[in-house]
Design a protein around this ligand. Structure first.
Ligand SMILES: *Cc1c(COP(=O)(O)O)cnc(C)c1O
Length: 231
């Protein structure tokens, strides 16, 4: 049963919180359902799991339209400017804002869809990996300041996709760096910006991310099993 896998993740999160002296209610588990059928999402939804993550606009849109009960959809994958219009009214949170240009487009589409405020996270690439999207740490402060002037975009925090590593301990410094960066940003008191959410940690390393301050873990394989991209 999927709920058993989910509850195992929940238990691991609780234990990581205990080790770090944190309140487990601060941490939201996002069930990353990309490539998985709607039936699996509905199975978890029946057990009151509300937060699901998708990395593709088209897939999020289709599942949004087909699901029987409302859930909170998280867009966790790269977002192209020309696709903002399809999800601006569907995603509960966009995790992957990585440029002023994209934020401006979100602001524009929010107006068109009569949305007062679109909650977003700013994606940061701490390990400076060329293969990953996200702002370089050197650009983050300035970009956040610029985005903060957009009236219909609300920055709720930061997101990172840590490198794929054999030993998840290797990612601890990146998680700690993100926590520190969020503290530095908070101190600037930008309008329209709060740092209540840190989206970090995946199946391989979410416990360490929680120990370092994550408030949203994005777990796919650990809940749904391996993905098969060929189907
Ligand atoms: C696929 C994906 C995840 C989940 O990965 P798992 O290793 O299966 O837990 C998390 N975040 C993002 C951005 C993803 O694309």
């Amino acid at each position: 049963m999927l709920i058993d896998q989910y509850n195992q993740v929940k238990k691991n999160v609780q234990e990581a919180c205990k080790r770090a002296g944190r309140d487990p209610r601060e941490v939201t588990i996002i069930a990353v359902s990309k490539t998985k059928p709607l039936s699996m999402i509905e199975e978890l939804r029946k057990e009151k799991v509300m937060d699901f993550g998708e990395n593709k606009v088209q897939e999020l849109k289709e599942k949004y339209e087909q699901i029987s009960w409302p859930v909170r959809w998280h867009l966790i994958g790269h977002l192209q400017t020309n696709k903002v219009k399809y999800i601006v009214d569907k995603a509960a949170l966009i995790h992957s804002v990585d440029s002023l240009k994209l934020a401006k487009q979100i602001d524009k589409e929010a107006v068109k869809h009569n949305i007062t405020e679109v909650p977003v996270l700013v994606q940061v690439n701490f390990a400076h990996e060329d293969t990953k999207f996200g702002l370089d740490t050197s650009e983050v402060m300035e970009t956040i300041q610029e985005i903060s002037t957009l009236p219909h975009v609300k920055i709720k925090g930061l997101m990172q996709i840590a490198p794929f590593v054999e030993n998840p301990e290797e990612n601890r410094p990146y998680f700690a760096a993100m926590k520190q960066l969020s503290v530095d940003i908070k101190e600037k008191n930008f309008d329209n910006v709060d740092m209540s959410i840190l989206s970090m940690g995946m199946t391989n390393d979410y416990e360490i991310a929680v120990e370092e301050g994550s408030t949203m873990v994005r777990v796919g394989t650990g809940i749904f099993g391996e993905r098969n991209y060929n189907i």
